[in-house]
Design a protein. Structure first.
Length: 104
């Protein structure tokens, strides 16, 4: 991560009813080494159900930090549907192709 920016609500100019508020905006290097702008979404697991879901995903990936490029049809293997939708709306609203999803 090279730069991180605080942000608030973003409104899609052509469709003002569509808006998103990511937790931050960052500049990161993609797998090809190019700098790209990405939304950031941070999730903290507190309920037993959410903690179990995070642990299931972590065990699938051997408890390692997951850093990957995910195609839309693979996204549910690393996040739950609710967060998938939220991040897709953020990316579409801001016209971005990249997102950083942090779960703790």
């Amino acid at each position: 991560m090279t730069d991180i920016f605080c942000c608030g609500l973003f409104e899609f100019k052509e469709l003002p009813w569509r808006a998103a508020s990511p937790d931050a905006i960052v500049i990161v290097k993609n797998p090809q080494g190019e700098k790209v702008i990405a939304t950031v979404e941070v999730k903290t697991r507190v309920s037993p159900t959410r903690i179990a879901e995070a642990e299931r995903i972590m065990s699938r990936w051997n408890n390692k930090l997951i850093m990957c490029v995910v195609r839309v049809d693979d996204i549910t293997s690393v996040m739950d549907k609710e967060h998938e939708t939220q991040i897709m709306i953020q990316m579409a609203t801001l016209h971005l192709n990249w997102a950083v999803y942090l779960v703790g």
